[in-house]
Write a protein that binds this ligand. Sequence first.
Ligand code: NAP
Length: 201
Amino acid sequence: MQTVLLIGALGRMGKAAMSGLSNHKVITAGRSGDVDHKVDITNEESIRELYKKIGHFNAVVNTVGFCEYATFEEMTEEQWMTTVMSKMMGQINLVRIGQEYIADGGSFTLISGILNTKPIPYAIADATASGAIDTFVKTVAFELPRNIRINVINPTVLTEAWDVYGEMMSGFEPVPSTLVGKAFARSVDGFITGQVLFVDA
Ligand SMILES: NC(=O)c1ccc[n+]([C@@H]2O[C@H](COP(=O)([O-])OP(=O)(O)OC[C@H]3O[C@@H](n4cnc5c(N)ncnc54)[C@H](OP(=O)(O)O)[C@@H]3O)[C@@H](O)[C@H]2O)c1
């Protein structure tokens, strides 16, 4: 059993990740709601405070990555920066700061999403941030100290989110949260590192 810090636990992807972590002691974190610890992943100090507070942990699973949606023509710099500072830099900072605190041989598991390989209208910022995170994980795996591992889950849309995203995702087949949960389990429980774990129908 590992101690796993699950960030974004109350979101749809957080619940999917939780379904794969039943063998572990899970500490939940998020920006609001009924979680063990509050954190804002866009704020460096908030991330550091969280790691200091929780003490010993073996794994970080992050499922937070806020994105703005608009056409490229309409997307403002502010919308780009909001997406970059959450889905891209928020996740990079979780690893950059977290490497100081995580146990030897620990693991980070991040979130991207299928839209960087299967683009759709309005999702250019999400797709770009997802592509950056996939590349970050493949590359930083070579540099992490103390046998720390890192992977990213790149899922298609969840069945549980089809009511929200289904209309903009014509031609896509959703997958159940429990299947995506198994990818999180494979990252946390296994020995793989530097991998993009695609979960597609
Ligand atoms: N849902 C899908 O089908 C799907 C598929 C593939 C990839 N993804 C990716 O998964 C990620 C999460 O999506 P989701 O569907 O789980 O979204 P969601 O249901 O809206 O949940 C997002 C969670 O993250 C929290 N959060 C937002 N900004 C935060 C911040 N700065 N610091 C800490 N917590 C924050 C939210 O808290 P608040 O309630 O306080 O806002 C909420 O609990 C996104 O990057 C998305 O692109 C989702």
